[in-house]
Ligand binder design. Structure first.
Ligand code: 6PG
Length: 471
């Protein structure tokens, strides 16, 4: 008897996804070069699961039903190509290989073309939700060949997270759209994490809150309109005691952030296709700056910051920080979604924005109740180019702009770094300004480089001999 699915890569994500698939009644075989992982897979399986770890790739392939449906959960980059090189000679026409890792979308395009020459289907599929999500219900972002997708759809819907009975998975578009949507998901994830860390900094340095008090504030936030996965885990982080010394673990963690690349790709992409996503950019670059810890220590001694003034009314301050965080988070989603709109045109993905925000409501790292409001906005207008242009969203924004201004101003005046909040506000101010001062930039460009300019009062392209006027 053959297996319905195959999983290559039995690390934390692969193994948990495999168990999740098996839990829903699908038979699935697993393969990994590391035989220890195959042993773990067998040992930790529960009764009723129709799964098997197989030690040779040839055996693995021969024990799958055709057309084969093989999911890859291996690190992005060379490991994916290495697996494909080994698979290609032993697969047959019509087989489907689904890359569920955080692969770069252009790599997926290349692999789709390569495998198509052998009449094999290759699909990029974003999976979000970490270890627990993979096991109990992630958000799944598949894209690529529609027919191949059709064969996977029932299984994906069974294993994905559910919100009000709806599965958090949908077809994200043609080609490498699945990877692209997941990349932007991660870019937004970076921005929201940056913003939460800034709110934390303002609350601890401004309002002088203890970890216990921070726990209470985040708990309250999570119980209301800010309900989201990232706020929820932040709440719990403030309660985690250290196991090595007295006190809380968060206070002992070195302030140097790591990154695996998806945030950087999002920023690079936005630059490449011409979309402004400054809050995501700043989140990427803030992680980079944080890594220069030794230099930061030296600089902090050279430029000591003055004492942070305690806000007059702590309650009001906390409320404003909350609203600032809520609004800047909304603006980060707006930037990421605007990137998806442009990418969809640029790469002919045909990304259904409405479905994107719908399947992000559950399972993934950036899930939040706010996405319900975006879903409503896209339901009204699926072509919305920027979420900030929706009238109901605008009403939410208008109510909170003054809190964002006050919070950003407090940070600036007190020397508390708040790059995320400031860029969210700066983006908002630029995006909502009819006349920007770039008329002057155009004049300068034309002055020194004859780059020409357009006029507000008539059609055409103009050039002025600036120096002759000025002498
Ligand atoms: C998810 C996460 C997951 C992972 C990223 C980000 O959606 O489940 O985004 O994919 O956490 O790789 O990791 P870095 O912060 O290390 O770039």
């Amino acid at each position: 008897e053959k297996y319905s699915y195959g999983m290559i890569g039995l690390g934390v994500m692969g193994r948990n996804l495999l168990y999740n698939i098996a839990d829903h009644g699908f038979s699935i075989a697993g393969f990994d070069l590391d035989h220890e992982k195959i042993k773990d897979l067998e040992e930790q399986k529960t009764s009723g699961m129709n799964i098997k770890g197989i030690r040779s790739l040839e055996d693995f392939v021969s024990q799958l039903e055709t057309p084969r449906k093989i999911i890859l959960m291996v690190p992005a980059g060379k490991p994916v190509d290495a697996v494909l090189e080994n698979l290609k000679p032993i697969l047959s026409e019509g087989d489907i290989v689904i890359d569920a890792g955080n692969s770069y979308f252009k790599d997926t395009d290349r692999r789709v073309a390569d495998l198509a020459s052998q009449k094999l289907h290759f699909m990029g599929m974003g999976v979000s939700g970490g270890e627990k999500g993979a096991r109990t219900g992630p958000s799944i972002m598949p894209g690529g060949d529609q027919e191949a997708f059709g064969l996977l759809q029932p299984m994906l819907e069974a294993i994905a997270a559910k919100v009000d009975g709806d599965a958090c998975t949908a077809y994200m578009g043609k080609g490498s759209a699945g990877n692209y949507v997941k990349m932007v998901h991660n870019g937004i994830e970076y921005a929201i994490m940056q913003l939460i860390s800034e709110a934390y900094d303002l609350l601890r340095k401004g309002a002088k809150l203890t970890n216990d008090e921070l726990y209470e504030v985040f708990k309250e936030w999570n119980n209301g309109e800010m309900n989201s996965f990232l706020i929820e885990i932040t709440r719990d982080i403030f309660q985690q005691k250290d196991s090595l010394i007295e006190g809380y673990l968060v206070d002992q963690i070195l302030d140097k952030a790591g990154a695996k690349g998806t945030g950087k790709w999002t920023s690079e992409q936005a630059m490449e296709i011409g979309v402004s996503i400054p809050t995501i950019d700043i989140a990427v670059t803030s992680r980079i700056l944080s890594a220069y810890k030794d230099e930061r220590i030296k600089a902090s001694q050279l430029y000591s910051h003055s004492e942070v003034v305690t806000p007059e009314n702590k309650e009001i301050f906390i409320k404003e920080v909350g609203e600032a965080l809520y609004l800047s988070t909304l603006i980060s989603y707006a930037q990421g979604l605007a990137l998806l709109v442009k990418a969809s045109e640029e790469y002919h993905f045909e990304i259904p924005l409405k479905d994107v925000v719908k399947i992000w409501r559950g399972g993934c790292i950036i899930r939040s109740v706010l996405l319900e409001k975006f879903y409503a906005a896209y339901t009204k207008n699926p072509q919305l180019s920027n979420i900030l242009l929706d009238e109901d969203i605008a009403a939410i924004v208008k109510e909170r702009v003054s809190s964002l201004r006050k919070t950003a101003a407090f940070a600036v005046l007190n020397g508390i770094s708040s790059l995320g909040l400031q860029t969210a506000l700066g983006y908002f101010d630029a995006y909502t300004t009819e006349s920007l001062p770039v008329n002057l930039i155009q004049a300068q460009r034309d002055y020194f480089g004859a780059h020409t300019y357009q006029r507000t009062d008539r059609e055409g392209v103009f050039h002025t001999n600036w120096e002759s006027f000025n002498h």
